[in-house]
Design a protein around this ligand. Sequence first.
Ligand SMILES: Nc1ncnc2c1ncn2[C@@H]1O[C@H](COP(=O)(O)OP(=O)(O)OP(=O)(O)O)[C@@H](O)[C@H]1O
Ligand SMILES: [Mg+2]
Length: 349
Amino acid sequence: MALFDSFRGLFSSDMAIDLGTANTLVYVKGKGVVLSEPSVVAYHIKDGVKKVLAVGEDAKLMLGRTPGSIEAIRPMREGVIADFDTAEEMIKHFIRKVHKRSTFFGKPKIIVCVPHGATPVEKRAIRQSVMSAGARRAGLIAEPIAAAIGAGMPITDPTGNMVVDIGGGTTEVAVLSLGDIVYARSVRVGGDRMDEAIISYLRRQQNLLVGETTAERIKTSIGTARMPDDGRGTSMQIRGRDLLNGVPKEIEVTQAQIAEALAEPVQQICEAVMTALETTPPDLAADIVDRGVMLTGGGALLGDLDLALREQTGLAVSIADESLNCVALGTGKALEYEKQLRHAIDYES
Ligand SMILES: Nc1ncnc2c1ncn2[C@@H]1O[C@H](COP(=O)(O)OP(=O)(O)OP(=O)(O)O)[C@@H](O)[C@H]1O
Ligand SMILES: [Mg+2]
């Protein structure tokens, strides 16, 4: 059976999937990350019947811009499946996109990462979606383990390693030692919450209504976790709707304003790290003070977040190379080195 499995492995492209709130990435065994697209599906609705119109990048362009006949949906919320059917459509689409060869051996084995705090029901939903999307076998791996492996941390050593994965939906803080999780906590603060904070700041302070897409663009262009030293920083022109008279308006926003808008979510991320440090057994906490903290996920790219975290926690902070790809790379590595990492992959529950 083992021989047959490895023979089959040569033909089918076994995969690792990072099913994220904001982005879904697919890693193919032996090839690396071959797909990275927004977790969005757009449907065309006619006479009450829904048909998939676009998935991924093309569907994201439609978010916030759809007429009544089109619905753009993000099936993942806070790291778990919020819309089961849509998640399945999306996974199917992405698998088909990377798995064009169909042979007798065609069905791939797939490993998917799940948030540490996912409930058994949520885990079952993810496993079922992957199976009905065409997997032969579906394994689950805890996201913090995948993130740490992907960031190249020595997680199997008998020392404490802290990884902070800041995604679209959640921030997961975890302490790992000897290849397993010692402490993990997920807070529902991530890139989406930052976008919402920008939207509500502009509404309150500037009477300007902007959509999620604009808020995200502001965040990735000039967003910062720390007040600029000159009290202003750079700026950009943005457009939205003037809430006083309802017409489109263009204004300039500064980094200082965005730092103020993002203060709360940034504070919540810092607090999650502090809580983790306080709750970790003392010897492991001492290791973390020595080795510092590793940031992964798209949120790690927020301007000066590493600095803000260092100032607030006193810990050294590094940002992983390819932080957006870390979880997918780590899940992929678990697939490549399955024998060594078997204890971390769950095929059953
Ligand atoms: N340069 C940047 N500055 C700030 N935020 C960024 C930057 N680039 C990407 N992001 C944000 O990172 C988030 C996406 O990160 P990532 O792909 O790691 O999330 P995810 O894995 O889909 O979500 P989750 O892990 O919560 O399920 C988005 O909210 C995006 O706006
Ligand atoms: Mg993620």
